[in-house]
Design a binder for this molecule. Structure first.
Ligand SMILES: [Zn+2]
Length: 110
């Protein structure tokens, strides 16, 4: 899996953030339901940058695919860009169970 953007390698955090996915008519609504409160996701004035981006962009910053088998899904996330200016950053998240991501993560760990 290619995780580099503009030559910059994304560093993915698998620290227990969880989202809930709800189907509302023809739309899937995503919301952050659990933040482990590590200082990694606290950036400048935003206490949880994952929540910040999900509230603002929803599924647009999801880069994975997964069968939704439970109401809550654990995600991994990566913040790209200079966090001096959050508006210029991109946050990506991906369900931890995404097949490509899971095997990529395995290969990094082992
Ligand atoms: Zn958080």
């Amino acid at each position: 899996m290619d995780t580099a953007v503009d030559g910059q390698e994304a560093s993915w955090h698998t620290d227990g953030h969880r989202v809930s996915l709800r189907l509302v008519k023809n739309e899937i609504i995503v919301s952050l339901v659990h933040c482990p409160d590590t200082d990694k996701c606290s950036v400048r004035e935003v206490s949880c940058v994952v929540k910040h981006f999900i509230d603002m962009y929803g599924l647009e910053c999801n880069v994975g695919s997964v069968y939704i088998t439970s109401p809550e899904t654990e995600i991994a996330w990566a913040l790209m860009g200079d966090d001096f200016d959050l508006d210029a950053c991109q946050l990506w998240w991906i369900p931890s169970e995404d097949e490509a991501f899971a095997s990529w993560l395995d290969s990094k760990i082992s």
